[in-house]
Write a protein that binds this ligand. Structure first.
Ligand code: NAD
Length: 370
């Protein structure tokens, strides 16, 4: 397939292939859209089977970031980078500083962050070569772990779902099944507990479940039981693709609202089945946008309270998605994609291209639409 055919399929603005023999760096930076602002998305380090697989991953993930930022009301575009390599054995300072130089070369059209296979520490090396990196540690003036804001956003999003389903925001005494007891789930459970929800939680890691149960009032269940429990809300916060042919009829809750990425194995098919069954599905990239809102905040000088306040917008964004979904009789994920596309079209006019450094300076307070 010709290079531009691949671009055209995903409608990307720019794809950069980076190679440096001395450090061993092989990376792809995909900038899907800068129509709303500089593209932002993490750097994934993964041992891909081949270069094509790495390219497709970068294209797919960066496109997803465009939609996520647009629907969250951020004035940011979508980008993503992949470093081809083994994150357990091939990471070092030189590799990430070299990568940072490539990011710097894009003059702000792409802002990076950590992702699967990379860490806050790695981003600190990137930061030595470029300011176009976010999600660095609090000790260096960054925003640190985004999970508290992600967890809060999921909680707020659940309230929007409750309001839509029952006409009332309250989660008091609602039976909520939480899959995963990791970072996002733990913060979520704290909020749910403070509102006296009835929480059922599982994890395959016993230490994590013990830690959570020592602090928060939860009922611990077996990971296999998770789909069988009659509940008000099912909240996936562990794995992707958990709504699939095998699980979709077993999930008993009328609401699915959780922080995990890529919950629908097949967006179109499983999104439609959920709609037909009358299950209210909060699109994952909308309800878990707190993490992105958090790192976007770092670009403006990080204030945790402001990030939390901005994450509250997830409530109205979801309500608007549910409204569009009802009015147009389309699944919620489709309604969300449509709202994102409309916003890009309306705000950016004729496919505006973000030109980098010259536009970047002095505009930090514009990353969030008020
Ligand atoms: P985490 O690694 O802290 O937590 C995930 C937990 O899921 C782990 O404790 C793991 O043991 C558990 N788990 C794995 N398989 C399981 C299974 N089959 N059943 C039950 N539990 C299982 O990760 P996290 O940061 O809390 O992220 C959770 C999800 O949210 C991921 O999909 C992530 O991509 C997504 N997400 C996270 C953030 C964030 O700010 N951390 C932002 C957006 C999206």
């Amino acid at each position: 397939m010709g290079v531009f055919e691949v671009f055209t399929d995903y409608n990307h603005e720019q794809v950069v292939f980076c190679q440096d023999k001395v450090s061993g760096l092989k990376a792809i930076i995909a900038i899907h859209s800068t129509a709303l602002g500089p593209s932002l998305g993490g750097t994934r380090m993964w041992q891909y089977a081949n270069d094509d697989e790495a390219l497709v991953d970068a294209l797919r993930l960066s496109k997803g970031m465009t939609y996520k930022a647009a629907v969250a009301g951020l004035n940011l575009g979508g980008g993503k980078a992949v470093i081809i390599g083994n994150s357990a054995t091939q990471k070092n300072e030189l590799l990430f500083r070299t990568f940072g130089k490539f990011v710097e070369g894009l003059a702000g059209r792409y802002i990076t962050a950590e992702d699967v296979g990379t860490s806050v520490r790695d981003m600190e090396y990137v930061r030595m070569e470029t300011t176009y990196v976010t999600g660095i540690s609090q000790t260096l003036g960054g925003s640190g772990d985004p999970s508290p804001v992600t967890g809060y956003g999921v909680y707020v999003g659940m309230k929007a779902c409750a309001n839509e389903m029952w006409g009332n925001d309250s989660l008091k005494n609602k039976k909520i099944v939480v899959q995963g007891a990791g970072k996002v789930a733990s913060y979520l459970c704290e909020h749910l507990d403070s509102e006296s929800a009835e929480i059922y939680v599982c994890d395959i890691n016993e230490d994590r479940i013990k830690e959570l149960a020592s602090r928060v009032k939860v009922n611990v269940i077996n990971p296999e039981e998770v789909y069988e429990i009659e509940a008000d809300i099912f909240s996936p916060n562990a794995l992707g693709a958990i709504i699939n042919d095998e699980t979709i009829d077993r999930i008993k809750a009328p609401i699915i609202a959780g922080g995990a990425n890529n919950q629908l194995k097949d967006e179109k098919k499983h999104g439609k089945i959920l709609m037909d069954k009358g299950v209210l599905y909060a699109p994952d990239y909308v309800i878990n946008a707190g993490g992105l809102i958090n790192v976007a905040n770092e670009l403006e000088g990080y204030i945790r309270d402001r990030a939390l306040a901005q994450a509250e917008s997830i409530y109205s964004v979801l309500k608007n998605i549910f409204k569009t979904s009802k009015e147009e009789n389309i699944p919620t994920f489709e309604a969300s994609n449509k709202i994102a596309e409309d916003r890009i079209k309306n705000i950016s006019g004729l496919n505006r291209i973000y030109s980098g450094k010259s536009e970047f300076s002095g505009k930090f307070n514009h990353f969030f639409r008020r």
